[in-house]
Design a protein around this ligand. Structure first.
Ligand code: ZN
Length: 258
């Protein structure tokens, strides 16, 4: 189809389309070739209309979900316009043989299309992660970034992270059964722990998780730390380490707002 350069014509408005995305590759860095392109959405009768003609409320801005993808180029592929895509406008529309009213055959607009604007928006997503020492050993912060990336197309460079209250390096004394798996999981574990005698360390889990988030691609300036130790601040928090197993429990929640 051709771009419609003429003044307003509601029959050449977009009706059905596809969205394709491309992430530049070594051989096709600007996506000008055919490689790297993937169809991420197909929207039939997206701007549906009725007799006798398309109406403005059906042509206005709409939002469509596409399959999550890391793309640096998008392509809108026109499948049909309001005229060619709608059988209601095919064939003669009146009984006057002198007046050709078949939208497809009689109008030059049959091969034209008009589209005002295409905007690609990232899907917003949040995640809450509990990272104790076992979770840290299993790289849960990194896995959360990976899950956001996979499910929502999140780019780690866009992420903002907050490290909430927890037991901190000032109070979290651990022994070899904790440090051994941790040292295997974190290459730079030494920067997150300080030795405190034979077989004992003070472990800074927040620092370990910060490093993991940075390794996952987050901007260090976008990682915020509440800096609150649950054991040092008994007036604010419960602490299993500080108060024993019969102490209270803390809950947290996170919510996307419109
Ligand atoms: Zn403390």
């Amino acid at each position: 189809m051709r771009y419609d350069p003429d003044p307003q014509n509601r029959f050449s408005t977009l009706r059905s389309f596809e969205i394709w995305g491309c992430l530049g590759t070594v051989s096709n860095s600007d996506c000008s070739g055919t490689t790297g392109w993937v169809r991420i959405g197909r929207f039939l009768n997206a701007f549906a209309s009725d007799l006798p003609r398309p109406l403005m409320p059906n042509m206005l801005i709409k939002q469509f979900d596409v399959t999550a993808m890391n793309a640096d180029h998008l392509r809108l592929v026109v499948l049909d316009n309001a005229c060619t895509g709608n059988p209601l406008y095919h064939g003669e529309q009146d009984n006057d043989p002198a007046n050709d009213t078949d939208c497809v055959a009689a109008s030059e607009q049959g091969g034209n299309v008009r589209i005002a604007e295409l905007q690609a928006l990232r899907r917003r997503a949040v995640a809450a992660v509990h990272a104790g020492w076992r979770g840290t050993v299993r790289r849960i912060a990194e896995q959360a970034v990976g899950a956001l990336r996979e499910r929502y197309g999140t780019d780690p460079r866009d992420c903002v992270a907050a490290l909430g209250p927890g037991i901190r390096g000032c109070c979290y004394e651990v022994d070899a059964p904790v440090m051994e798996p941790l040292s295997r999981a974190l290459a730079d574990w030494g920067a997150c722990a300080s030795q405190r005698g034979a077989g004992r360390w003070l472990l800074d889990l927040a620092a370990a998780n910060r490093r993991m988030l940075e390794g996952a691609g987050l901007d260090p300036a976008a990682i915020h730390d509440a800096g609150l130790c649950t054991r040092c601040r008994p007036a604010l928090f419960y602490s299993h380490r500080g108060q024993g197993p019969t102490t209270g429990r803390m809950m947290n929640a996170i919510l996307l707002t419109a």
